[in-house]
Write a protein that binds this ligand. Structure first.
Ligand code: IMP
Length: 474
């Protein structure tokens, strides 16, 4: 049996909590896309673990796989594994030989390109982990796969081809002196490539990455993901595909170019693991939805309530000192939902739930169930509103237009629901769905109708125990 977890919005839907709830019944947890740009918090037996690459099952004694659709920074991989071991956890992590390797030059180039774009305000706001440049090389047929790290001759040959190209790109196109500029934060001093200069040095890279290859072999971590997972499924294992990021930052289905470079949507679970689409389609595909909307960075947000300067186009107010009723609401939701960047502490843009966005997400991934988070955050409001459809060129539209520019022209057609009172999340989780306030259930049932998908779980508080589970995929 399989279950696929997909973010239905912009990547901050609270997937971790749902993965936690369903993860206990999974035997194998697989990531199928992305790399160390993910950042999820896993709570197990009262202890909190922060992981950015290793699948969440690592702390629960599950088998964990980084599929061929992932981009893997070996340094992050081993840092996370070592940190878990120091805390007494012995994670079982397997890596697809077909996954691509993030090298230090990818991270450097990620930063250089963002800096160049920022001159015209066009930066994507990437995580700086080298994700885009690595997928670029994969598509450009000049990338290195994890399996290449285990053959020193192949490793050297490929590096000798690609590194001069990357150096020329940095120096001649972007005008950066790679010998002078030091990379911040990556890679570590002991891997032989501790700055921008060595990041473009074939010998230094060869030495460090050959060692990573040796360790991957020594610790028996390498797999052909498709074969490995097929065997597990044939043996009756429950397999969870843990999507990172979200639909609206999917490279194909998202708000291009403000996207990540992989496919968080459910199709990625097939191409990114080597399992056929019907294997993924045989199981549940669960869309994770936050009960309202938040956005980090610029880009359209038709249901926005309260802006953030620098992110909301044309807005220069102060999110902490709301002046209008809608800013007040945004502030209240932001506080109640703790909608501040986990690393930067920056306030997130807040808006009402965007139903055209969710229709798009549900179609792209074929959701069979929904998990709706933060129902508690909206509790206590007199009214709760959604963007039911948009008006574009005088016509009602029910889903997101394909271009960012057209999406920005959409006006939301709002629909208002009666609010629901505050309630105790743990009690509700214990008592079950019917114990949720009636108006909260009406809101959830509207969502079920619009997306033609049942609600499997409802997040009613930040703790893992504060989840109302109506249906489990396993
Ligand atoms: P990249 O994945 O680092 O290339 O960043 C591309 C875009 O995806 C940026 O807007 C990031 O903020 C966004 N992004 C990447 N990973 C996450 C995530 O895990 N949650 C939310 N946004 C993300």
């Amino acid at each position: 049996m399989t279950a696929t977890i997909v973010g239905a919005q912009l990547g901050d839907e609270g997937k971790g909590g749902i993965v936690d709830v369903y993860g206990d019944d999974a035997d194998v947890v697989v990531r199928y896309q992305g790399g160390d740009n993910a950042g999820h918090t896993v709570v197990h037996e009262g202890t909190e673990y922060k992981l950015s690459l290793v699948p969440s099952g690592a702390v629960r004694g599950k088998v964990n796989v980084l599929g061929n659709g992932c981009v893997v920074n070996p340094r992050t991989l081993f840092d996370e594994i070592d940190a878990l071991r120091e805390r007494g956890v012995d994670p079982d992590v397997r890596v697809a030989r077909r996954a691509h390797v993030i090298f230090p030059y990818h991270r450097v180039l990620d930063g250089i390109e963002e800096e160049a774009k920022s001159e015209t305000g066009d930066e994507v706001g990437t995580t700086g982990r080298g994700i885009g440049p690595t997928y670029e090389d994969k598509a450009g047929r000049r990338g290195l796969r994890i399996g290449d790290l285990t053959d020193p001759d192949v490793l050297r040959k490929r590096l000798e081809y690609v590194v001069p190209i990357k150096r020329t790109l940095a120096e001649e196109v972007y005008g950066v002196d790679v010998e002078e500029k030091r990379e911040t934060g990556s890679p570590s001093p002991n891997d032989g490539a501790d700055g921008v200069g060595p990041a473009f040095d074939v010998d230094a890279l060869h030495g460090a990455y050959r060692e990573y290859g040796e360790r991957l072999v020594r610790e028996d971590m390498l797999v052909d993901a498709g074969d490995f997972l097929t065997d597990r499924i044939d043996d009756g294992a429950n397999v969870m595909f843990e999507g990172a990021q979200g639909t609206i930052i999917d490279i194909d289905h998202g708000n291009y170019p403000y996207v990540t470079s992989s496919n968080p949507t459910a199709g990625g679970a097939s191409t990114g693991t080597g399992l056929a689409p019907d294997v993924v389609g045989d199981g549940d595909v669960i869309g994770i939805v936050k009960a309202y909307l938040t956005r980090v960075g610029s880009g359209p947000m038709p249901t926005e309530l309260g802006g953030v300067p620098g992110d909301t186009p044309g807005y220069d107010g102060d999110p902490e000192n709301p002046e209008t009723a809608s800013e007040e609401l945004a502030h209240r939701i932001r506080e109640a939902g703790n909608e501040y960047g986990t690393v930067t502490g920056r306030p997130r843009r807040v808006g009402w739930l965007d139903i055209p966005m969710l229709r798009h997400a549900a179609r792209a991934s074929g959701f069979t169930g929904l998990a709706v988070n933060h129902i508690d955050t909206l509790a206590g409001l007199d009214e709760v509103t959604v963007g039911h459809s948009y008006t574009l060129d005088g016509e009602a539209v029910r889903t997101i237009p394909p271009t960012t520019e057209r999406w920005a022209e959409c006006e939301p057609n709002l629909r208002t629901f009666e609010g629901w009172p505050e309630f105790d999340g743990s009690e509700a989780a214990e008592a079950g769905y019917e114990a949720l306030p009636e108006n909260a259930r009406a809101y959830l049932e509207y969502l079920e109708d619009e997306l033609d998908t049942p609600v499997y779980a409802v997040g009613v508080g930040p703790a893992r125990t504060e989840t109302v589970v109506r249906h489990s995929p396993f």
